[in-house]
Design a protein around this ligand. Structure first.
Ligand code: ADP
Length: 253
């Protein structure tokens, strides 16, 4: 469904963030992308929807080559990719409902969106999603009145209202406590399963990745060094991805 071919990103600074990455993500697959800081995880996610422009290589989404598209056509294709960010990227002074509806801005016309007039079907869909993510009693709260976990739930509902084929998720739990992190990961993976949605989740926490993803891809210095099942992610492989460390140690004096 999503296919990357020899994807290269070299920043103007000379940093080679991605070195000819090949990757296939089939329909409905939830994949975790792990690796040390600076490995290229964010760059990879952002090159898929061209928030970061790849230097060379190709990105295909259901056989449409995204890398070849003009900005106008790209905007339309981007609706098929739901983006969920670490920093939630909500509009603080808008309500929960308005933030979720902003996910429809790519669909409703300019004037309607300018006046924030959304069709009733969109409002119903937003209610349905807010119920799913457990925020149906908070539709009229302002985004700046919510906790981190609640904000991330709004971000998830906003991504889903686009009816995407794939979710691109960048560090969804980085600022959340352990329990909320698990709840958010569970919510994302359950929604993916329910809607036959694929996902690429860039995540720091290896244990969380193993718990919720069906496939793990390990990136190191812009190269995929592991691609396999969560169960096969043994200490020698973690060393390959992150560098030498005693992965079996449980307590440090
Ligand atoms: P990760 O998400 O795995 O931490 P990134 O994709 O953020 O990794 O970064 C990969 C590499 O690209 C790093 O060496 C980083 O310094 C570099 N990089 C990231 N963004 C930029 C940028 N905007 N300009 C220059 N170099 C960048």
């Amino acid at each position: 469904m999503l296919r990357l071919e020899k994807l290269v990103k070299t920043y103007k600074t000379g940093d080679q963030a991605l070195k000819a990455v090949d990757l296939n993500v089939p329909e409905g697959q939830v994949m975790a992308l792990i690796g040390p800081s600076g490995a290229g995880k964010s760059t990879l996610i952002r090159c898929i929807n061209r928030l970061v422009e790849p230097t060379s290589g190709k990105v295909y989404l259901s056989n449409v080559e995204l890398t070849g598209l003009s900005t106008g056509v790209l905007r339309r294709e981007r609706r098929r990719m739901g983006m969920i960010f670490q920093e939630y990227a909500l509009v603080e002074r808008l309500t929960v409902m308005e933030n979720v509806l902003s996910g429809r801005l790519g669909y409703v016309g300019f004037w309607r969106s300018f006046l924030r007039k959304f069709p009733q079907s969109d409002i119903n869909a937003a209610f349905g999603l807010l119920e799913k993510v457990g925020l149906d009693t908070m539709v009229n709260k302002r985004a700046d009145e919510l906790s981190g976990g609640q904000r991330q739930r709004v971000g998830i509902a906003r991504a889903l209202i686009q009816k995407p084929d794939i979710l691109l998720v960048d560090e969804p739990t980085a600022s959340l406590d352990p329990k909320t992190s698990r709840q958010i990961m569970r919510l994302i993976t359950e929604l993916c399963e329910e809607n036959q949605l694929a996902a690429i989740i860039n995540i720091h926490d290896v244990a969380l990745a193993q718990m919720y993803a069906e496939r793990i891809v390990g990136l190191r210095e812009g190269i995929i060094v592991y691609d396999g099942s969560p169960d096969d992610l043994k200490p020698d492989i973690l060393t390959e991805i992150y560098g030498k460390e005693d992965w079996t140690a449980v307590r440090k004096r």
